[in-house]
Write a new protein. Structure first.
Ligand code: ADP
Ligand code: MG
Length: 388
């Protein structure tokens, strides 16, 4: 019989945003001691972490010293100082997922090469060192419009992505090394979260559908199960499982896909950590993505990924025109609706479109969940009581 003492296990989580907070909520059920590293002393996870260490996830010394404090190290953000992780690993620190998987994923260029090398369907692409080189190829006719330019490093929530439809939009080109890919005629954006443990057990959550808000460039709502064909769903799940096997990865991997009008399923990008597109799993699945991540990194059996109820998740975003100490409206009214689950991240300052929380609406039918999510969206407002 294996003995597992969780109450003296020190789990280090790099960054203490909302994903870190939700991971700690699960870790606390097993009495795991949690450490977080974040440069912001008011970060969401701080209020519930056992230990808060102030420091930047990009700083070698901060990451290295943090790794030395814990028994097992994971991350809830991709931009982590890789040299520090490599050094820690060389000195015997247990880091999951492996730093080499993270290093590859940090670079969208290497990600695309990985898909290409392994025959994973993805939009055709070319890599460029800078915008000048791209302009030259455009003139030479090697690159054709419309296309999407993505910075190889550091982008998130649409920052670092430029959609160029015609020559009048060339001023939007981003400086620095980038991936330029064919613009896909997107039908739907979907995501599959897959988990794998050291024994090689693999489990995929049902496909979720991300509906984007073009103004905020953020997910407006997340629908699960997605309304795609069974063939598309099976294909996306099998690609996600194939990728996690190819990476020989432990932990959680979120794979974002596009479906197009011709029924194709193309990989867009991936993240080796709990993901926004899995918020709904907290209430809608037997095992949440956060519990699954812990199971996967601690070599425990993976939990059931069976859906309890269909769900719609909406982000609670800071209102336009409001910046300052936060105030919420409409929470009580929303809670009066059956199946409405509110999560507030505890950020003290609101800004336009800042992710302040999310709401998952559960119902026996997706139709009903969608209707209620619409009601909640109209009820909840995030403003500021800033003093004039
Ligand atoms: N090749 C593409 N064709 C059309 N739209 C795209 C393409 N690549 C990205 N996009 C759009 O841009 C969004 C952000 O791109 P993504 O690579 O996912 O960056 P981020 O890291 O910011 O999430 C996608 O969710 C999608 O809406
Ligand atoms: Mg994305």
């Amino acid at each position: 019989m294996e003995r597992l003492v969780t109450s003296n296990l020190r789990l280090g989580i790099i960054a203490g945003g909302q994903l870190g907070k939700m991971l700690i909520q699960e870790a606390s059920k097993w009495n795991i001691i949690t450490y977080i590293l974040d440069s912001d002393e008011h970060c969401p996870a701080r209020s519930i972490a056992s230990h808060f260490i102030q420091g930047s996830h990009l700083d070698y010394e901060a990451v290295y010293a943090f790794g030395k404090m814990v028994d097992i190290l994971t991350f809830e953000i991709e931009s982590v100082n890789i040299d520090a992780l490599r050094q820690l690993k060389a000195e015997g620190c247990r880091i999951v997922p492996d730093p080499e998987v993270l290093a590859m994923i940090q670079d969208k260029g290497q990600q695309k090469q990985f898909y290409q090398r392994n025959g994973i369907p993805t939009a055709p692409f070319i890599l460029f060192d800078d915008a000048e080189a791209l302009k030259q190829e455009l003139e030479a006719g090697t690159v054709s419009l419309p296309f999407v330019q993505k910075l190889r490093r550091g982008g998130y929530d649409g920052r670092g992505v430029a959609v160029i439809n015609d020559m009048t939009e060339l001023h939007k080109l981003l400086p620095g090394p980038s991936v330029v890919e064919q613009k896909v005629d997107i039908e739907k954006e979907i995501s599959v979260i897959v988990a794998r443990n050291k024994k090689g057990e693999v489990k995929c959550y049902p496909v979720a559908e991300m509906v984007f808000d073009p103004a905020a460039n953020l997910v407006d709502k997340l629908i699960c199960p997605s309304n795609i064909t069974a063939a598309q769903s099976e294909k996306a799940m099998s690609i996600a499982a194939e990728i996690i096997e190819l990476l020989d990865m432990q932990g959680l991997l979120a794979v974002e896909f596009f479906t197009d009008g011709r029924g194709e399923v193309l990989v867009n990008e991936m993240a080796p950590r709990p993901h926004n597109s899995g918020h709904h799993t907290i209430e809608s699945m037997i095992t949440s993505q956060f519990e699954q991540h812990l199971r996967a990194i601690l070599n425990l059996p993976l939990g059931s990924v069976k859906m309890k109820l269909p769900s719609v998740m909406i982000n609670v975003l800071g209102a336009e025109g409001h910046e300052g100490p936060v105030m919420y409206e409409g929470l009580t009214e929303s809670m009066a609706l059956d199946g409405v689950k509110i999560h507030l991240y505890g950020k003290q300052i609101t800004k336009p479109y800042r992710k302040m929380g999310h709401v998952t609406v559960l119902s026996a039918t997706l139709e009903c969940a969608l209707k209620k999510a619409g009601q909640v969206k109209n009820l909840i407002k995030v403003t500021s009581w800033k003093k004039e």
